[in-house]
Design a protein around this ligand. Structure first.
Ligand code: TXA
Ligand code: MG
Length: 312
């Protein structure tokens, strides 16, 4: 059910959960003032209780009001990347944030989104927790129809059209005075170089045991269809291919296109719609063309395909 910004504000301010557009993916929003509504988010998504949520706010001042201590270079990251697709994990004054939002951790993740409707809404409601608006483990939602497919046609959604970025925010944390990326996302490591003077490293969870980001432990982004990641189509004669519109593939194959590889922003914005389309059309399996440079946000795209393929 599509709702107006007034209805969205009323629902959130009375402890209800709704779908909200952001520039990355749709979020499933509840007010930070309503722990019961936050609890409802975990239930609706089928999300494990130890996987904390991102707190979305409308200003850097608000972020600072929750913090336990000053963090070096936080101000320059905020200046250059907020509002936008960057999330930062920070030590917080625990009494100001319900433990259910933090999954009992002494830290919380913060983001100031850029989508005009999200910005307007946050000014009317105050801080909102928002995980991606999908069933836990499934592809994220980048259109209101995706949220309806997962949560039902009657679920209240503030319709903000298609999400421009189509990949979740990049999550950063500071350790030993350096920033590192604990979830790859819509901003690539190279984007941070002019601000920080270095490229933040990407934490490889497989090598480091328990991930900093609890969400990284779980099944993610996965359609029901089985994905087979391939670098060449030489020995493939038929089947469904997730690939690029500026490439040719074996003629008996059915191409589900991400768009032209020459435009990685378009490709990124189509990822989740294509993964969802696979299931809507009932395909049991698809080959994914992985023969692309793993640079910029294409590295995030590759990571999403690896996670989605590992899950089934
Ligand atoms: O783009 C996005 O970030 C979207 C939109 C709606 O803003 N949100 C999103 O939320 O992707 P979600 O819940 O799907 O992913 C949040 C990730 C999870 O992997 C979670 O473990 C991590 O953030 N996270 C949240 N709080 C954390 C904390 N205190 N420490 C470490 N990781 C945290
Ligand atoms: Mg998610």
């Amino acid at each position: 059910m599509r709702i107006s910004i007034d209805e969205a504000t009323k629902l959130l301010n009375s402890g209800k959960v709704i779908g909200v557009p952001t520039e990355t993916v749709y979020g499933l929003a509840a007010s930070l003032q309503y722990p019961q509504a936050i609890q409802e988010i975990y239930k609706i998504k089928g999300r494990p209780a130890n996987n904390p949520l991102i707190i979305h706010v409308s200003s850097f001042r608000e972020v600072c009001s929750y913090l336990q201590e000053n963090i070096c270079d936080l101000d320059i990251l905020a200046r250059d990347f907020w509002p936008g697709p960057m999330t930062i994990v920070l030590p917080v004054k625990c009494k100001l944030i319900p433990s259910i939002a933090r999954a009992d951790l002494p830290t919380a993740a913060f983001r100031i989104p850029k989508h005009p409707l999200a910005v307007e809404l946050l000014k009317l409601t105050g801080s909102l927790v928002m995980p991606s608006a999908n069933l836990s483990g499934s592809p994220s939602s980048t259109q209101p129809e995706h949220v309806e497919n997962d949560l039902g046609i009657d679920f209240p959604i503030l319709d903000g059209g298609r999400c421009k970025r189509g990949l979740e925010s990049t999550i950063l944390i500071q350790a030993d005075g350096k920033w590192k990326i604990v979830r790859q996302g819509a901003l690539a490591p190279e984007h941070f170089v002019p601000t920080l003077g270095y490229k933040p490293s990407v934490q490889d969870d497989a090598k480091n045991g328990i991930p900093v980001c609890p969400g990284q432990m779980y099944r993610h982004y996965a359609p029901k269809a089985k994905l087979e990641l391939v670098n060449s189509f030489e020995n493939i004669e038929e089947g469904v291919i997730i690939g690029f519109s500026d490439r040719t593939y074996p003629k008996n194959c059915n191409l589900m296109t991400l768009g032209p590889l020459s435009n990685m922003d378009i490709v990124a914005s189509n990822l989740y719609a294509v993964l969802r389309q696979l299931d809507l059309e009932g395909h049991p399996k698809a080959y994914v063309d992985m023969n692309f440079p793993k640079t910029g946000i294409l590295a995030t795209l590759a990571e999403r395909f690896h996670k989605a393929a590992a899950a089934n």
